[in-house]
Design a protein around this ligand. Structure first.
Ligand code: ADP
Ligand code: MG
Length: 148
């Protein structure tokens, strides 16, 4: 099967999809979220956080590497864009990635070697039409979302 893709036509649809995902995640889940600048990563993160029961406003963690939010489960929102590959090990991020909350990692390529093997990779691509193609690298999650 090809990578499952869900298309969203606007920001509201992306939030709704991410919200749905947030409601389904369980303890220890790790989502690796990639996409170019402006693709919709922050939008997606905010929807997912809402679905996880986070009430606090979620913004981009770019300048802090990690932000922890309280929800149905704790949300560990990471942005590792600025990290040097070889400084990653020393940061202790695995405490979160293998912790009791849900990890949402933006720009995951820098820390791929640290990610648990159950990590769900999600990539958002802006199409020339303006729609977003949201590729979900988990057929289990995709089927749940589609009610299959
Ligand atoms: P990133 O964090 O990846 O840089 P943002 O979530 O901050 O991206 O911004 C995405 C921008 O694209 C927002 O201005 C949003 O309104 C717009 N947009 C248009 N269509 C969509 C869509 N289908 N899904 C998400 N965002 C969209
Ligand atoms: Mg962003």
């Amino acid at each position: 099967m090809d990578k499952p893709i869900i298309y969203t036509a606007n920001e509201t649809e992306t939030r709704a999809l991410a919200f749905q995902i947030g409601t389904k995640l369980s303890k220890g889940a790790v989502i690796a979220l990639s996409g170019e600048l402006g693709a919709g990563k922050t939008t997606f993160s905010q929807g997912l956080a809402k679905g996880l029961g986070v009430e606090e406003y979620v913004d981009s963690p770019t300048f802090s590497i990690l932000k922890v939010y309280e929800g149905r489960l704790p949300l560990y929102h990471m942005d590792v864009y600025r990290l040097e590959e070889d400084s990653v090990e020393e940061l202790g991020l695995d405490e979160y990635l293998y912790g009791d909350g849900v990890s949402l990692v933006e720009w995951p390529s820098r820390i791929v070697s640290l990610l648990p093997k159950e990590t769900i990779f999600i990539e958002i691509e802006a199409l020339p039409t303006g729609d977003r193609a949201i590729k979900i690298d988990s057929s289990t999650l995709y089927k749940e979302l589609r009610g299959l």
